[in-house]
Design a protein around this ligand. Structure first.
Ligand code: MLT
Length: 308
């Protein structure tokens, strides 16, 4: 009977699926934080199911003599050393669809939050101040949203933004003109997006091609008063440069769920006015966590039981 270790906080629904499929499962949701312990025990398992807390390093993989599959309940597999996994013949799978709506909704929520300064206004109201004139916002209707990456999550963001009567321009080398037309968005080059957008939202993975895509140089090309939302990955935006441009008033606001260093305890954006921050909550809804847990358990079971 194949044996799977769950080393992160995964919905209990996943445990049940493994059991129902006849797979022996160890649910140890805190083990992922203890690299040495994980390296010690990994040799016993055929499968490893993780979220983002477990970092599957080369050292862990060196000891993974029986491991056949790593399943990431979520999209990004940047917490897995994929080169080391592939050298060891271990398949790495993710669940690209389970949390896409939830993440897109978070980006939209962050756009509203930064447009109307909701977190600051809420804190001020809780503090017993009544600062009605301090929190003047901007409307979204009629504004141009620049979407960098119009794949699964970016595509949903485009759809929701169109529902809000925004004009949407998208930069995505993989987006066909036909698909853009169907989505009702204008397919543009990055330079044009930077020039035209009132709000910019990022929905690309962090790769060598996308790292620092909003570099200082590119941020300086944006429209004055732009607001920037990042619910994709830290490292896509030059945070120091963005902080400078927020301080100078060129950028009017930013809403960030992801940071170059996570967990983010310090960051150039922290403490600046009209910067909304959340601790990588993009996929954090009960629905999405249930979806990704079910999907990863099913996919891993299929692979372990049938090799498919
Ligand atoms: C993902 O890659 O699925 C999201 O960023 C969510 C997460 O890492 O928890």
């Amino acid at each position: 009977m194949p044996k799977v270790l769950i080393s992160d906080k995964l919905s209990p629904a996943a445990v049940q699926i493994f059991k129902d499929r006849g797979i022996d499962v160890d649910f140890q949701p805190d083990l992922g934080k203890d690299k040495d312990k994980l390296a010690e025990v990994i040799g016993q398992y055929d499968g490893l199911a993780i979220r983002s807390a477990t970092k599957v390093t080369e050292k862990i993989l060196e000891n993974a003599d029986n491991l056949k599959v790593i399943g990431r309940a979520g999209i990004g597999v940047d917490n897995v050393d994929r080169e080391a996994a592939s050298k060891k013949g271990v398949i790495v799978m993710n669940t690209p669809f389970g949390n896409m709506i939830t993440t897109a909704e978070h980006a939209i929520a962050m756009m509203f939050a930064v447009a109307r300064q909701i977190p600051e206004a809420s804190a001020s109201t809780h503090a017993g101040k009544w600062e009605k004139s301090k929190f003047m916002g901007v409307e979204l209707t009629g504004k141009t949203l620049g979407v960098i990456g119009a794949g699964n999550i970016g595509g949903i963001v485009c759809d929701r933004a169109r529902g809000l009567k925004m004009k949407v321009v998208a930069y995505d080398p993989f987006l066909s003109q036909e698909k853009a037309d169907k989505m009702g968005v204008a397919k543009v080059e990055l330079e044009e997006l930077l020039k035209r957008a009132d709000f910019i939202t990022l929905h690309v993975p962090l790769t060598d091609q996308t790292r620092n895509i909003l570099s200082r140089e590119n941020l300086e090309k944006t429209k004055k008063g732009v607001r920037i939302i990042n619910c994709a990955r830290g490292g896509l935006v030059d945070e120091e440069a963005l902080a400078d441009l927020l301080k100078s008033g060129h950028v009017a606001g930013a809403a960030f769920d992801v940071f170059a260093e996570e967990p983010a305890k310090e960051n150039p954006l922290f403490g600046l006015p009209n910067v909304v921050c959340t601790p990588h909550l993009g996929a954090a809804t009960t629905e999405a966590q249930e979806n990704v847990a079910l999907q990863v358990a099913d996919q891993m079971s299929d692979y372990l039981l049938t090799g498919a």
